[in-house]
Write a protein that binds this ligand. Structure first.
Ligand code: SF4
Length: 637
């Protein structure tokens, strides 16, 4: 194992900056997460990428915001800017369950302590820094800021909130993956500094930087670009839900386009300006980000403490970024965009070799994946067509004929990794898109490779249980979710079972399902119960839909309109409605039987009672009766 010095991590204290002989910092990053020096942790990535530009960067992880704010003062003022990220997750998703209950554990905090970050750190940290150092620019980044850059529905406060720029007082916000914008922003601020100018984000050259958002005075902003999309104002959205829904379609389309437009939205007398994103990174740029000198370890200050999220990923390697699935409820693909950027084989193998040096590595990689497991190197055959494309998904409602679905490059990666001496097995822990495996391409070679990949995945890369995400059984709900028909799951299950038999394996397929998604009714859940019973599943991985900021499903849930059609859409909203849907996951539990049979009678679906419990068995169990439906275990995810 490599021996590290304290100076191999980015500094977090004055003592550590002194060890490096630094008397001034260029950039200070504040993060809601613990500092894990690993390419899966945003603050480490941004810190390392700025360090590679020759800048002196420090990270203050999980500063104490409750005391005299000494954590915010201990490193003084940076020469260029403060960077703030709430962490790898939106802070409210991190803190609260779908039922709005406080979670008992924070996966991104040492020993899982749940009290180390405030609600909305992007707002809380910025306000403190702006009080202490009003003239130093503050730039927000990370998923919380990214997904709250324009008016958005906040489930925890149950209201439409304005851009987080307004509530925080930050000077600018970077959305999406931050490497390219943060470097250009730092370079621009450096030039301005060298010229003796102050940073004003509503003026050139800062106001033209791609992938940033900033506030300006509405009456002073002169929009010169005729392609700019002006959204309904925040106030219009507050008074008309349909306008909030209509806005979202533009936001999603522009964040997924190769050549996107600028978006503006008025909030009172201010204007939020969101510049279009950078085109997807090149492979060289992505490799550069992953190849930075991460120690891949938590900072030594956390010695002997467990950071649950780090334990999850320490033996895993990410092979690509982006997801073209476009699932309506997913934040990751909304944040990373639909174009896949894949790492080179050399860069992946280099990282695998580094993982192998970790002291407790026993030869098993827990994941070789990405936002989806099997999209590595997939992209449009004719890029010119993709450049003009507005589709939010390349595979829904049908696989795009321009998409190259070749699994060969990914198989080659698996083979190269498995050939490394010291690797006993590489598992695939990321979600597999079985619709891509079942897709019939016009090219027979691609179909043969998909079959080869499927067999190899099931025979060699599953650790006993393969998790897949059909998410529902009703095709109408699946269409709202932008997921494939349930028939595809059934076909994949047959294939999975056959390959297991042929390979003499007894592995399990673990399906994930969601209740109360927009478009889903109680009757849809009743059908789900019947279908999963027919397939002999006692579900483990289930969840109620949680409306997280700025997804198409969230906006549909809140507004009652589908953002793309503006047609009304039903959502279960009250606790009673949600529980009425949820109970159907547990049709096999005796204690749920009364509620289910009552509901089915009310819905006029005695046929489903017969299917679930047998003909004439529509009575709930009385005391002391047998329990022929077994003891199902149900876990929440
Ligand atoms: S043209 Fe097809 S492959 Fe290209 S981005 Fe659009 S949907 Fe995806």
């Amino acid at each position: 194992m490599k021996q590290y010095q304290l100076t191999d991590w980015l500094p977090t204290t004055k003592k550590e900056t002194d060890l490096r002989g630094w008397d001034e910092l260029d950039v200070i990053l504040f993060s809601g997460d613990a500092y894990v020096d690993h390419p899966s942790f945003g603050a480490a990535v941004i810190g390392r990428i700025l360090e590679a530009q020759g800048l002196r960067v420090a990270i203050v992880p999980q500063p104490n915001w409750r005391d005299d704010c000494r954590d915010f003062k201990k490193l003084g003022r940076p020469r260029l800017f403060f960077g703030i990220s709430a962490g790898c997750m939106d802070s409210m998703v991190n803190k609260y369950t779908a039922n709005k209950r406080l979670r008992s554990e924070d996966a991104y905090t040492p020993d899982g302590r749940p009290d180390m970050r405030p609600e909305y750190p992007s707002v809380v940290y910025t306000q403190i820094l702006k009080k202490l150092y009003p003239d130093v620019p503050v730039v927000l980044g990370g998923i919380e800021a990214s997904m709250r850059r324009l008016s958005h529905y906040d489930y925890w406060q149950d209201k439409v909130m304005r851009s987080i720029l307004c509530d925080s007082g930050a000077d600018a916000l970077i959305y999406g993956m931050g490497e390219k914008p943060i470097v250009e922003l730092a370079q621009t601020l450096q030039k301005l500094k060298a010229d003796g100018q102050t940073a004003n984000f509503s003026l050139s050259p800062l106001n033209t930087l791609p992938q940033i958002a900033f506030l300006t005075k509405a009456d002073q902003w002169k929009e010169e670009d005729s392609t700019t999309i002006q959204l309904f104002s925040h106030e219009e959205c507050l008074s008309d839900k349909k306008k909030q829904a209509a806005n979202f379609r533009h936001i999603e389309e522009e964040s997924n386009k190769y050549e996107a437009s600028r978006i503006t939205q008025q909030v009172g007398k201010q204007l939020v300006v969101v510049n279009p994103p950078y085109p997807p990174m090149s492979q060289t740029e992505l490799d550069h980000s992953f190849d930075l000198p991460y120690t891949r370890l938590p900072h030594p200050k956390y010695k002997n403490k467990r950071i649950p999220a780090y334990d999850m990923i320490k033996f895993s390697v990410n092979v690509h970024r982006g997801c073209f699935g476009g699932c309506a409820f997913c934040t990751i693909s909304a944040h990373q965009g639909k174009f896949i950027v894949s790492r080179s084989r050399d860069s992946i193998l280099k990282e695998v070799k580094e993982v192998m040096q970790l002291p407790d590595f026993k030869g098993y990689l827990s994941d070789l994946g990405g936002p989806s497991a099997n999209m590595y190197m997939m992209h449009g055959k004719d890029e010119a067509v993709c450049r003009k494309c507005k589709r939010p998904s390349c595979i829904h409602p049908k696989v795009c004929p321009n998409l190259n679905t070749d699994h060969r490059p990914l198989l080659d990666i698996y083979h190269a990794v498995d050939a490394l001496p010291g690797i006993k097995k590489s598992f695939i822990g990321s979600g597999v898109r079985y619709d891509l495996l079942l897709h019939e391409s016009k090219e027979p070679a691609i179909n043969r490779t998909a079959q080869e990949y499927t067999r190899e995945l099931i025979a060699k890369h599953v650790s006993g249980r393969l998790k897949v995400a059909p998410e529902h059984t009703a095709d109408r709900v699946l269409s709202v979710m932008r997921k494939p028909s349930f028939q595809q799951f059934e076909a994949f299950k047959r294939l999975f079972d056959r390959i297991n038999r042929e390979e003499n394996l007894r592995q399990q397929l673990i399906p994930y399902f969601i209740s109360s998604h927009p478009g889903c009714t109680e009757e849809d859940m009743a059908e789900l119960a019947v279908k999963t019973k027919e397939l002999d599943f006692h579900l483990e991985q289930i969840q109620d839909f949680t409306p997280t900021p700025m997804t198409v499903a969230t906006e549909a849930w809140y507004t009652g309109y589908h953002p793309y059609t503006l047609e009304p859409i039903f959502s279960a909203k009250t606790q009673r409605e949600k529980l009425a849907q949820r109970q159907f996951f547990f049709w096999y539990k005796p204690e749920e039987r009364r509620g289910i049979t009552d509901a089915l009678q009310r819905l006029g679906r005695r046929d489903l009672i017969d299917k679930l419990y047998g003909k004439g068995n529509d009575k709930p169990y009385g005391k002391g009766s047998d329990k022929p439906y077994g003891k199902g275990k149900a876990k929440r995810r």
